[in-house]
Design a protein around this ligand. Structure first.
Ligand code: ADP
Ligand code: MG
Length: 348
């Protein structure tokens, strides 16, 4: 099932939780909405699920309107499954009972229900736990029950609201892999909401970065990382240094820029023009120079990150120290010879 939103707004009192959101989510894709707490992610998900009526705009599922102009299709008629952060399991029912419940209430035959439940529990590796109660499971296992229940309903579209947020880091990594496998097996269109950019990068086909009720950029993870459209997106995804530069020459997506005394060749948007601009440097764009190449910088600050150091290097009169990663220790005050391999001139 594909999902389209056109100029969707939703206010709570005077607060615009959704401020003209337009999105197009391809059938079968793993689409992540990434944004800080309070930016409107859950409201967006609830609007798609039908749990929240919208004020204006339109939501289509597979090309058919489910919300527009006062029309609101009930959640149970939208055929989307929802997995919430709190797993919302029935505590008095067994694992199998929880997974079976939506099937039973939909009037399926008992034999069909139990074989479907067995299949879904197998796919999330919970078969040995089927007779336990939710209280006798770990957080990760409970989340898998919620996933299995979602699978059992056979929803062609699955909406997940920060489903991994309550899990320990090691469990999260394992669950990320399970989610990816789950998506591949089910081929369900998956809308996954998170405030964790690492999670978004690991799982998504496409990421929409959301901020204060608006979508700032939609792109695949690599494009988002390498070619963010604004300082805000650049700052939200990965580590970076943003420095003022002067664009001197532009040629088909490449620019020559001046950073203090240094001239660099970097990537830029097609519509980049000469003049003052902001350059994004990712830590891996900075390396130690070889031979006579490069320029000098002074180590201003270092932080050990386990196996490598983050090193902030002051270069000439550049307004900020540049962040780079080194696999050896550098002392404050050391002089390093550096090279900048690439960079990205922010649009605008
Ligand atoms: P997120 O999921 O990104 O953390 P939400 O969608 O939950 O954000 O909330 C977005 C904004 O809308 C927040 O400022 C929140 O306080 C507000 N909000 C959400 N739901 C309601 C509600 N039912 N009533 C009033 N305000 C709400
Ligand atoms: Mg939320």
């Amino acid at each position: 099932m594909s999902i389209q939103l056109a100029s969707v707004t939703k206010s709570f009192g005077t607060h615009k939780a959704l401020n003209g959101v337009s999105l197009s989510i391809e059938a079968g894709s793993f689409f992540v909405v990434l944004g800080p707490s309070g930016c409107g992610k859950s409201t967006l998900l609830r609007a798609i699920a039908g749990l929240e009526p919208i004020d204006t705009g339109e939501i289509d599922l597979d090309g058919l309107p489910v919300a527009r102009d006062g029309f609101h299709l009930a959640p149970e008629d939208r055929q989307v499954g929802v997995v919430f952060q709190s797993y919302a399991l029935w505590p008095h029912m067994s694992v199998a009972g929880n997974v079976a419940f939506p099937l039973e209430t939909s009037g399926k035959r008992r034999a069909a229900v139990s074989s479907r439940v067995a299949e879904c529990l197998e796919s999330v590796a919970l078969t040995p736990f089927m007779h336990r109660k939710p209280a006798e499971l770990s957080g990760g296992q409970r989340q898998r029950v919620a996933l299995a229940r979602c699978l059992a309903q056979g929803a062609g579209t699955v909406l997940m609201d920060e489903p991994l947020a309550n899990l320990d880091p090691h469990l999260r990594a394992a669950m990320e892999e399970e989610l990816a496998a789950f998506h591949k097996a089910s081929e369900a269109t998956t809308l996954f909401i998170t405030h964790d950019q690492r999670e978004a990068m690991a799982l998504a086909d496409q990421v929409a970065v959301m901020w204060d009720g608006e979508i700032l950029q939609v792109a695949d993870p690599d494009t988002l990382y390498r070619r963010p459209v604004s300082k805000r997106v650049a700052g939200f995804i990965g580590r970076s240094t943003l420095v003022p530069v002067v664009v001197e020459r532009v040629d088909d997506g490449e620019a020559q820029v001046r950073l203090g005394e240094i001239t660099l060749d970097v990537d830029c948007p097609q519509d980049c023009i000469p003049g003052p601009a902001t350059l994004l440097l990712r830590p891996e764009h900075l390396v130690l120079a070889t031979g006579s190449r490069g320029f000098e910088g002074t180590v201003e600050r270092t932080i050990y990150r386990g196996g490598y150091w983050e090193v902030f290097v002051r270069v000439g009169d550049v307004s900020q120290p540049l962040l780079m990663l080194l696999n050896r220790k550098a002392a404050v005050g050391d002089t390093l010879r550096l090279d900048i391999l690439r960079g990205w001139v922010l649009p605008g």
